[in-house]
Design a protein around this ligand. Structure first.
Ligand code: C5P
Length: 236
């Protein structure tokens, strides 16, 4: 069984504030994307990494990544992405050779996921699950609301039982054929915010394995503060 990782890194990251695309922002002096690539390469199972760059930035990203060589056992390819995450992942999957049977999809925005978490996802797919997501229980209670124009308080319509909810992370792992079918079948704009969501729409089973606190997504400025602190602790 050969395993590849696709890293969608084509987002602008507007919620992080203005400036460089999020994946190229520095974390401990190294671009976030490089941390994400290294996190995938740290799993011995991963033999190929496909980075999906901003549509107009593939050459620049390719040049940048070559400044940070990986161990010999891992190949690296950079392809241009699309306007949405779903399109970017589909373009990344299209770049995978036929020799691959298991694929991880990992957000560049989760640069600090530990190798053990990556390995656990790979192991669960290799053990026969078609789709595997790492996830954690929630600290916050979650409310479903009726969205309103900005400035108007939103009525609450329900409170799902917190103990039954999980916050989902990446890398998500898949039997490649299943994920390709999901991307070919599910229409863009149907609201899936992760790859496992597309597989669920096919009616295929998705299972959860334990995620990790350090696999959090760098979305807002405060997340950068936390990420710098985690890195500093690792280096201490
Ligand atoms: O915006 P969000 O944090 O949900 O993005 C998750 C991941 O998807 C990021 O790594 C981002 O770079 C990627 N993405 C992409 N192509 C897009 C939009 C987002 O590869 N058009």
């Amino acid at each position: 069984i050969r395993t590849a990782a696709v890293i969608p890194a084509a987002g602008r990251g507007v919620r992080l504030g203005p400036g460089t695309p999020k994946a190229l922002r520095a974390l401990g002096g190294t671009p976030m994307l490089v941390h994400a690539v290294r996190a995938m390469a740290a799993s011995r199972a991963v033999s190929l990494i496909v980075v999906v760059a901003p549509p107009d930035g593939a050459t620049e990203v390719d040049r940048l990544l070559h400044e940070y060589p990986l161990a010999d056992r891992t190949d690296l390819v950079v392809v241009p992405g699309g306007q949405t995450r779903q399109e970017s992942v589909r373009l990344g999957l299209a770049a995978l050779p036929d020799t691959i049977d298991v694929v991880l999809v990992h957000d560049a925005a989760r640069p600090l996921v530990p190798a053990d978490t990556v390995d656990a996802v790979v192991a669960a797919v290799r053990a026969g699950a078609a789709a595997v997501v790492p996830a954690l229980p929630l600290a916050d209670t979650v409310k479903q609301v009726e969205p309103q124009p900005q400035g108007t308080p939103e009525p609450v319509v329900g409170t799902p039982e917190r103990a039954l909810l999980r916050a989902v992370q990446t890398p998500q792992g898949f039997d490649l054929e299943t994920l390709r079918k999901a991307h070919d079948t599910v229409v863009e704009g149907e609201g899936a915010t992760d790859d496992a969501g597309l597989v669920e729409r096919l009616g295929a089973p998705v299972v959860v394995v334990p995620g990790h606190e350090e696999a959090f997504k760098v979305t807002r400025p405060l997340d950068l503060v936390l990420a710098e602190a985690v890195l500093a602790r690792r280096r201490a």
